[in-house]
Write a protein that binds this ligand. Sequence first.
Ligand SMILES: Cc1cc2nc3c(=O)[nH]c(=O)nc-3n(C[C@H](O)[C@H](O)[C@H](O)COP(=O)(O)OP(=O)(O)OC[C@H]3O[C@@H](n4cnc5c(N)ncnc54)[C@H](O)[C@@H]3O)c2cc1C
Length: 576
Amino acid sequence: RLHTLPVEQSGIGDEEPMPLVAEMMRWAMLMQRAPEELTSRAGELGGLLAAGVPAERTPTLVHGDYHYGNMLFRGPEVVAVLDWEIAQIGQPLMDLGCLAIMSHRSQFKDAESPGGTVALPDEDLFALYGAGCVEMNWYVAMSLYKYAAILGYNLMLHQRGKRPDPFYETLTTTITGMIDEGIEILSPHPPPLQDEVKSQKLWATHLPPELGGQGYGQVKLGLMHEIEGATMWAPIVFGNQAPDSGNSEVLAHFGTQAQKDQWLYPLLDGRLRSAFSMTEPNTAGSDPTLLSSTAVLDGDEWVINGHKWFTSNGMVADFLIAMVVTEPDAGPYERASMIIVPSAAPGLKRVRNIPTMAGAHERFGYGHAEVLYEDVRVPAANLVGKRGQGFLIAQARLGPGRIHHCMRWLGMARRAFDMMCERALQREAFGKKLASHETVQNWIADSAAEMSAARLMTLHAAWVIDTKGAAAARKEISLIKFFGAKVLHDVIDRSIQVHGSLGYSADMPLEEMYRTARGARFYDGPDEVHRVSVARQVLTGYKAPQGMWPSEHVPTRRAAAQRKFAALLEAATTDV
Ligand SMILES: Cc1cc2nc3c(=O)[nH]c(=O)nc-3n(C[C@H](O)[C@H](O)[C@H](O)COP(=O)(O)OP(=O)(O)OC[C@H]3O[C@@H](n4cnc5c(N)ncnc54)[C@H](O)[C@@H]3O)c2cc1C
């Protein structure tokens, strides 16, 4: 009945309806004010929510705090609803989400409402609104997020002495529980799926067997990544998502046994998450010899100071691998080292996720973080490898990782390509299908050729790594890094063009793919740096010809040939 009331008679009918994204931002802002130990976990839930905002329904009056505690019952009948403090015009399922928390939250499960036990199971309640459980998952998780934000804000006030009440002492656990429950509801990768992957020996296959992987080699792995590339969650399900996969390779190859026990094995099990913290806002990431963040050994501790950004997953990671200058007087490629920094280390400030063109979801949880290191102290034993080996380790880390990126891009490009072909066969203009127009045919043919080339180049690079090692494949890896990123971009771009305004709209996944693909031209080194690297390596196989003419200069070659065969020419012409 509440949601069928005429909006204009509600008394707040002249207010603008609150879209779901604005609703989310409202509670995210409040959550930002919660104590720091809660915000990063909450950020993960925020990220999942932002990534899956459902389609909106006709706005209605929304109570906003709709649970049994706010209802007056006469017998089983609700006779009044109290506390309209945050009422608004918005999405009716928000209220249903609040109500459903009662049956979702384990601690509320057996709770009795003032009017009796909660009568309806979720599905029946949702069915009254024609809402499916999957759609409602979002609203339930959103309600958990909302109440966690309200409680988190109150906890902050309590900690600052503004709301003294012993009740708040236990809130941290309650709030964390609510956030975890929200994450669990929205997580598209339930543990059973990961268990299935493990049972089929497909988990964390990027590592050799002696390091806990399956020893598949890069070619096989590349082929796996191509399939995984079609969906953004697959790498998590298969335990080889960036940056964890690269970090696990670093620890596996260069970590001490103690580091492996503490960080690597839990990382491989999916019990920990990690980040790689190299790029800085104040120095050019393309040229890491310029790194300015430092670590100084003080007794048996490293003291780290610096400013990093674009540390992917930095807000949710349990530990970061920071690349910092430890040997300021050494040569440019021996100055930096890698050091493990636990996320709880005092002085580590995870400032924010940087808003990017990939979309709002990157502002929460899984995003690219700005991180401040202010006199961060970690044990000396957290150094990975030897002092000054940062560059060497970074190269080992990035090589195979780039193969995986490229193959995932091919999976994504293939999806965009499939959409392009489908649409070309479906849509008609100027008396024939788009597929019959020559320009569209050219796009399809060019895309097929470029994807095929990128695929074979990537598999070739993988084969060189498998047979000769990552160091021998430097040129091949750089080739595919910039070529693969361009193919991905161009195929998505053409697919958008074939779809016309539909391709530009968010009703197709193409616009999001396009925005995400743009980053591929930066991370793991921008295109230009890889081109320079390829050109340099290619040029080592050549030397400048002597003199002023190129070695293929025809008059010069003719003159040389005449000199070389002068005797023969002489003999031949004498006979004549
Ligand atoms: C989505 C995403 C995720 C990322 N994740 C991480 C992460 O987890 N950890 C991390 O440490 N970093 C990460 N990065 C940062 C990334 O590694 C850097 O963006 C990259 O190394 C380039 O550094 P920069 O952004 O400082 O650009 P700059 O070094 O300032 O370069 C700017 C531009 O200068 C030009 N340029 C540079 N060198 C040359 C040259 N030799 N010749 C011609 N032109 C040149 C290029 O056009 C380049 O794009 C990520 C970036 C993105 C976009």
